[in-house]
Write a protein that binds this ligand. Structure first.
Ligand code: 1GP
Length: 245
């Protein structure tokens, strides 16, 4: 099934998906089998691959290795056009709506077209809103943009709604990789009420409570990266919780 429809179905059913984010800069090829063995024992439904500063050429062999260990959709979450590979199943076609840098609003997207035109990836238009999770992140440094504070709820909502009006099919609320504070429940709830498209939430979710709060607040897909990188026992948290809003 299309990964996009898997997310749409999750929204309809009220049982959000959990996605693991694998950063090609942090997981080596040799570590893939053991890591994917852990993933297979959990309710993780989607595997995202990407990062802000990944060297060209290392994403493709990593995705190929991951695909040897899973039938779950592997979806690119790229920081730039150099991370594209047709070995994956899909692509979050991101626009950095919180920023005002044309490089990440249109230039990278145009540059990707010659590759994507020939590729078989499922490409899904995704608004990407960087929020201030309390820590300077690589995304901020690379994109030269500033995140929106959690307190500016109307600005967050208006940005997300503008993305929906412009045709985004998914909206990603991002507190930043390794954020000190994940996206607050109130922010997710407000955006959720205002949009018809599914909402992805990630950044700084590293405790069971943060995960449960994010589930209850109405996120349709929850992305976790750092928690698994730093402490693989976090996989056990996933085994023990009921994933329903
Ligand atoms: C980052 O939202 C993802 O782009 C995941 O964040 O690494 O903090 O889990 P963490």
């Amino acid at each position: 099934m299309s990964y996009y429809h898997t997310i749409v179905n999750a929204k309809a059913s009220g049982a959000p998906l959990i996605a693991v984010l694998i950063d090609p800069d942090k997981l080596t090829l040799a570590e893939v089998p053991a890591f994917m063995n852990k993933v297979s024992q959990t309710a993780i439904a989607v595997i995202l691959v990407g990062g802000s500063t990944v060297a060209a050429g290392i994403t493709e062999p990593l995705v190929a290795a991951i695909k040897q260990h899973t039938t779950k959709p592997v979806v690119l979450f790229p920081g730039d056009v150099g991370q594209l590979t047709n070995k994956a199943d899909g692509l979050l076609f991101l626009m950095l709506l919180s920023g005002r840098n044309p490089e990440y609003l249109i230039d990278q997207q145009v540059a990707s077209v010659p590759f994507l035109r020939e590729a078989s990836l499922e490409v899904v238009s995704t608004g990407y809103i960087l929020l201030d999770g309390g820590k300077e992140t690589a995304t901020m440094q690379v994109t030269h943009t500033t995140p929106i504070p959690f307190t500016e709820i109307n600005r967050i909502k208006d940005t997300a709604k503008a993305g929906e009006f412009m045709g985004n099919k998914l909206m990603y609320l991002e507190a930043g990789s390794g954020a000190l504070h994940p996206v607050p429940v109130e922010v997710i709830r407000e955006v959720k009420q205002d949009l018809t498209i599914p909402i992805i939430v990630g950044g700084g979710i590293r405790t069971e409570k943060a995960l449960l709060d994010t589930i209850k607040s109405g996120a349709d897909m929850i992305v976790i990266g750092t928690a698994f990188e730093e402490d693989e026992t976090f996989f056990e948290v996933l085994q023990n919780i009921t994933i329903a809003k």
